[in-house]
Design a protein. Structure first.
Length: 143
């Protein structure tokens, strides 16, 4: 996961320790996709502690060589199918067209409403140059 996050050149890269701890504690809401035995993509998420009906999707990445095969769609669908959550949240920056299409497609397939609002604005971040992270709230999730 750490390697894919670095290679993506798009994701905020967390420490390798953070990914290891994540897999220890949130394996139930995270998935790794493999193709021919090779790590090809991952999705991480968690159930919000104060709102167990909401699944927060944190990061999705597919390795360059496996992109465009609907792998992220499969990862997202598999994650949604394995949770009891009725609402999904994620944050996306406006420049991430692939991610916007991924989550817009989920809303369409599940017949859910998608609401978008700023969650963390550019100026909220301690570092310069971080784009606003918009919250996408999708629900109710049908099957
Ligand atoms: C976003 C990402 C996970 C998509 O993975 P993928 O497996 O190649 O995507 P899929 O083949 O499943 O396609 C999903 C949707 O995105 C669209 N899409 C994929 N790549 C795209 C691109 N470069 N530009 C615009 N749309 C794109 C597809 O057309 C599809 O939309 P549709 O259902 O409306 O046709 C991948 O590009 C990636 O790892 N990006 C870097 C990390 C990142 O930005 N993650 C998201 C933020 S957490």
């Amino acid at each position: 996961m750490y390697r894919m996050a670095v290679d993506s050149r798009t994701l905020d890269v967390n420490s390798s320790y953070a990914y290891m701890l994540w897999c220890r504690d949130y394996a139930g809401t995270s998935l790794m996709a493999t193709v021919d035995g090779n790590d090809a993509g991952f999705i991480t998420g968690y159930t919000r502690p104060d709102d167990p009906d909401t699944l927060m999707v944190w990061q999705v990445a597919v390795d360059d060589q496996y992109r465009g095969r609907r792998l992220s769609v499969k990862l997202l669908d598999a994650l949604v199918d394995r949770t009891e959550a009725t609402t999904l949240e994620t944050t996306i920056t406006d420049d991430n067209a692939a991610s916007i299409r991924l989550f817009t497609g989920l809303a369409r397939r599940r017949g859910a409403t998608l609401r978008k609002s700023p969650l963390f604005r550019s100026g909220d971040f301690p570092e310069e140059g971080h784009d606003t992270e918009h919250l996408y709230r999708i629900g109710p999730l049908g099957n």
